[in-house]
Write a protein that binds this ligand. Structure first.
Ligand SMILES: Nc1ncnc2c1ncn2[C@@H]1O[C@H](COP(=O)(O)OP(=O)(O)OP(=O)(O)O)[C@@H](O)[C@H]1O
Ligand SMILES: [Mg+2]
Length: 371
């Protein structure tokens, strides 16, 4: 790299992306682990890479951090091409699941570690450490050895240590997954608030959809080394771009079928395993498809412009604020209908007809069509 680090530049001129990944690919042997991945993260934005084990999340994070060299493509941070720059020159903070704290140092010295490496003056350093101790609520434990902290406290130290050096971007790889559920949920909210407070830009990696929904301004849904959808959580949930995104986030009923024609309103007609349905979608006649519907859109009350499927109630599960009806329909089809908590419910074993709006009927290509 011939260009000198130019940290000040980003404040001097407006920029659209704090971090940009362009067409990054990575292969390990015969396996393509990242397949032309594009990603842009705006200043102050909190982004989550969400996907199943092995989909390439950590590899993408490592390519951003400089720990893995992509085979193709480019990574820019604050407008600088860093694709071939070593990790320590990128001004990136990284927080992993296993904290990697220094066990022989106390809390204060762990948080100050990066500042010392940067060569910060003593007075400024003490002040910065105090500020971050306060931000993560650990001022009272500043002199404790790391070994005498709980998991959640250690996580806070790791966080403060990564943030104290004021990185351009902070990367979190499953950073909260070692914590128990209650603490994890507290930390999610706290971390989000803290990052907002300091205007931090962050990328989280998780396979926990609730964490992604809680933490993120945008979620990148990954599968097989590709980003299938990159959008805000509401859009991902309400308008999943792929069957995988629909399946990975939230619940859905899924019916296999085949496009058979178009009706007078231009709606596509699909013969599903459980009966005919209509949807607003574009498929060739004969195409094998999967019809998907969220449970909160399916009910037992008749509706206008709706799809209807009859079946038998296998069980109703009470969840407090709502109940979930599990309904068996023709040819092994299973439907999920969500009813409001207090509403009257059919008895198990009863014949029921389920209804949902045509506009809430999603249709995707059948991923098993060619096999
Ligand atoms: N250094 C490597 N050499 C060979 N294969 C690798 C290497 N690193 C990762 N892989 C493979 O690349 C694929 C993606 O791995 P990666 O760690 O990015 O997945 P991940 O999405 O982070 O999964 P998890 O949720 O389990 O952490 C996996 O199949 C993994 O086995
Ligand atoms: Mg991983």
């Amino acid at each position: 790299m011939s260009a000198k680090p130019a940290m000040q530049e980003e404040t001097a001129r407006p920029e659209t992306a704090r971090l940009r990944v362009r067409a990054v690919s990575k292969r390990f042997g015969a396996a393509t682990v990242l397949d032309r991945v594009d990603l842009a993260v705006a200043p102050g934005e909190l982004v989550t890479l969400l996907g199943p084990s092995g989909c390439g999340k950590t590899t993408l994070l490592r390519a951003i951090a400089g720990l893995t060299l992509p085979d193709q493509g480019q990574v820019t941070i604050a407008g600088r091409d860093v694709t071939r720059m070593p990790p320590h020159k990128r001004n990136i903070g990284v927080v992993f699941q296993n904290y990697a704290l220094f066990p022989h140092l106390n809390v204060r010295d762990n948080i100050g570690f990066g500042l010392r490496i940067q060569g910060m003056a003593k007075a400024g350093m003490a002040e910065t450490i105090e500020r971050y101790l306060g931000l993560v609520h650990l001022a009272h434990l500043a002199d404790r050895p790391i070994s005498a902290l709980s998991g959640g406290q250690q996580q806070r130290v790791a966080l403060a240590r990564a943030l104290a050096v004021q990185p351009t971007v902070v990367l979190f790889d499953e950073a909260l997954s070692a914590l128990d559920r209650k603490l994890r949920e507290e930390m999610q909210v706290e971390l989000r608030q803290l990052l907002r407070e300091i205007g931090g830009t962050a990328i989280f990696v998780t396979h926990d959809q609730d964490e992604a929904l809680t933490m993120s301004d945008r979620i990148a849904v990954m599968q097989g080394g590709r980003i299938e959808q990159y959008a805000d959580p509401k859009t991902i949930y309400a308008e999943p771009a792929t069957l995988f995104a629909m399946s990975f986030i939230g619940l859905s009923t899924q019916l296999k079928g085949r496009a058979t024609g178009q009706d007078a309103q231009g709606l596509i007609e699909i013969d599903t395993q459980a009966g005919p349905v209509r949807a607003r979608a574009n498929f060739a006649i004969g195409a094998k498809v999967v019809v998907a519907v969220r449970p909160e859109h399916i009910g037992i009350a008749p509706l206008g412009n709706a799809n209807s499927i009859s079946g038998r109630l296998r069980m109703a599960v009470f969840h407090g604020a709502h109940s979930m009806l599990h309904v068996d329909a023709a040819n092994g089809a299973q439907l999920l209908a969500q009813l409001a908590g207090g509403s009257p419910q059919p008895e198990a074993g009863a014949a029921v007809t389920l209804h949902w709006p045509v506009d809430k009927t999603f249709v995707y290509p059948d991923p098993d069509a060619d096999s």
